[in-house]
Design a protein around this ligand. Sequence first.
Ligand code: FSO
Ligand code: SF4
Length: 544
Amino acid sequence: MSQTTDGKAGVVTAGTDDAMFCYQCEQVAGNTACTGSAGVCGKSSVVARLQDRLTGALIGLAQGLKNEAPCDHATRIFVDGLFITGTNVNFSEAAIQAQLDATMKLYTHQRQQDSRPYTMEALWNEQEDIRSLKTLVLLGVRGIAAYAHHAAALGRHDASVDRFFSQALAGIADASSTSADLLELAMQTGQINLKVMELLDTAHNDSYSAPQPTVVSQSVEAGPFIVISGHDLHDLKMLLEQTVGRGVNVYTHGEMLPAHAYPELNRFGQLKGNFGTAWQNQRQEFAHLPAPVLFTTNCLMPPAANYADRVYTTSVVGHADLIHIPTQVDGSKDFSALIARAKELGGYATDTLVPGTNGGTTVLTGFGHAAVLAQADTVIAAVKSGAIRHLFLVGGCDGAKPGRNYFTRFVEQAPADTVILTLACGKFRFNDLDLGTIGGLPRIMDMGQCNDAYSAIKVAAALAEAFGCGINDLPLTLVLSWYEQKAVAILLTLLSLGVKNILLGPSLPAFVSPAILKVLVENFSLAPITTPEEDLRRILGLAR
Ligand code: FSO
Ligand code: SF4
């Protein structure tokens, strides 16, 4: 049986044949659910149903493990299977089917065919608050899997993270779970995400040295080049090693921008700058691009015909129309086809500026926890003297909805004695603005990718310690934009740390039922964004 919704958020009824049901991201149809033959993101109902079967098989595997630690193979199956079902990761029926086959092979081996795998219908048909909480956990675990995938590429694992995949997924199948049990599981999901973000932060810092503030050009030099998108710094490192002396430059795109700040990546002379802005602009920005693009993670959009022959995917990312670069058994990848394609396409004839959203020619990145805490005395003194009145973390995902210009307007209107910390792809709305400096520090400081929310948490904790107060007592407000499941995991981390008064936009998640939203509002004072003017007035206590 497939489902459609009856049009009200969170109410699922039996529906027509072959329909899909997905409500995992912010651009969900009608802020309710994507149903019918395709989702707003372009995911077909066939892929959606395969993803549901894959998720059901993973939950069945977890039930069989009964809270035991999964072996390395099972961990890989959990990580890849959860990551591949994320928004804008993989649109290929063949790739999802292959992942489902590998999962069912392990399931059959483990369960000895003692039962049929869990089906997502069981989740969709739960009482709405239970379904809401279980969905929150499932999506949070998908986010954790993405970060665990990157950490694993750098040889980093954590047994408690691996065990949590089976614990959390088995919790979703548990019919006896109460709302209180599931809220507790959601908070645990947040704590495990903190652990995996720390694991990844250590892996990045150890592998590439701590990020340093770095100015990145938005201009593309004449000649052959490759654009690399997504979050996987290990893929970038391999690409840089393979392009040494090949006459092909490399430009970051989207969430790869912070790579420029890592000394061990920046030392490659052919890593020249950043191309374009956030993921939702790729169809315009890649049209007629005289270069190939490599997607290492989300956010991939189904390609338009005018550039599909130039886009390559790797790892869990995929689309039937695109060439996939496989991972070899030893973890290496052969990018020679991509390099050859770059030479064939030739690049721009002359240096070409592709300006930022607001026309800027450069962007600044590299304010990880080490760089910011090196300036801690300056920041603390400026807050004490009143030179810095308030800090904002304006971070999270970008997306296509018109309401997202809220974040640009918020940053533009933030008074001159405030500082904006930012991270993830939402920053492309304002990271090319020149808002000046306070005490020698730029007013906009880019802390990195979405997983670098870990840096923001470290900085907030250090400031709280310096001021002898809790994070909620700092002159700091979090204004978050969400889009997909990594943002859900990060939100759960912040809630599990007791962070209150978070403003969330551009809309609230469709999978959160009214009663669960009430719990989040009452316990955490989580609130939707209103207008930049009103929110700034309220936060800063300004007169109307
Ligand atoms: Fe953005 Fe996409 Fe990093 Fe996400 S590129 S939306 S939360 O995948 O992961 O911020
Ligand atoms: Fe719809 Fe988002 Fe699901 Fe795509 S991922 S089908 S846009 S809810």
